[in-house]
Write a protein that binds this ligand. Structure first.
Ligand code: HEC
Length: 235
């Protein structure tokens, strides 16, 4: 008798448990910074990784104060971490066309995000968000197995890092700390003015630690350091 009752209530209970478990996973966001929690195996060129690409892009372009950080959360949207990005950005894994986060990026009226007069995401950045959602909008990350910090160029290495991690807060309209980092000249100016660029990304004493959400990965810092040590060449 007891066995029978257990059997009857046990199955729905188990199903409830599974459903609950699915809904709430994954909740943890590793965040940028120490590479320790990495899965390893290197970065697959065909995969867009949340922690490497999407999170810094959204943190830098959307999660600033007054917009979509935890304190401001305009329209209830918070772009600071995985769980909030999925939930408040109404991301439907596998379906960018039905995901609010993607739809607002491609709008052409003034409901576009980031809102005019701020610059729209570039077509490359939009394509990355699209691909990440198509690939299941996972909370994934990767680490380059070998960091090539010897053959560093401005266009292929330094600029993409700044574009991804810094430009949302250091653009032409949104000028945090009076620092603009939108082109070669401005980035060189930050690099040569009291070593501010390196001091801020290495979190050296006397500098404001950048980006505010956490330290860049070691490979990105090594690449920028090498470029500065080489005398900030344009190519
Ligand atoms: C979320 C917004 C945000 C992001 C992203 C961001 N910054 Fe900043 N940054 C700020 C703010 C705000 C200040 C001014 C801080 C202050 O003066 O206390 C600042 C100041 C700076 C300064 C001046 C520091 C000094 O000591 O005078 C530099 C250089 C800088 N940022 C570089 C960067 C770089 C490089 C990145 C990308 C790796 C970056 N920032 C990403 C908001 C941001």
């Amino acid at each position: 008798m007891i066995k029978k009752i257990l059997k009857i209530i046990g199955i729905p209970l188990l199903m409830l448990f599974i459903a609950y478990g699915c809904k709430h996973s994954p909740t943890e966001t590793p965040g940028p910074g120490p590479d320790t929690n990495n899965i390893g195996g290197g970065c697959n060129a065909d995969t867009v990784y949340f922690v490497n690409t999407i999170l810094p892009l959204l943190q830098s372009n959307c999660a600033m104060s007054g917009c979509h950080d935890v304190a401001s959360y305009k329209e209830g949207v918070i772009m600071t971490d995985y769980a909030n990005i999925i939930n408040t950005g109404k991301v439907k894994p596998g379906n960018p066309a039905d995901s609010k986060l993607y739809k607002v990026l491609i709008k052409t009226d003034n409901e576009r995000m980031p809102p005019p007069p701020m610059a729209a995401f570039s077509s490359e950045q939009i394509a990355k968000v699209r691909k990440w959602i198509e690939q299941g909008a996972k909370n994934n990350h990767c680490k380059e197995i070998q960091c090539d910090s010897v053959n560093v160029s401005f266009a292929s290495h330094v600029f993409p890092i700044i574009q991804n991690y810094c430009m949302g807060c250091h653009g032409t309209l949104n000028l945090s700390g009076g620092v603009s980092l939108t082109n070669y000249q401005q980035i060189v100016a930050a690099a040569t003015n009291n070593n501010k660029l390196l001091g801020s990304i290495k979190h050296l004493p006397g500098y404001v630690a950048m980006p505010p959400s956490g330290k860049l990965d070691a490979c990105s810092i090594a690449k920028i350091s090498k470029w500065i040590a080489d005398g900030t060449p344009q190519n």
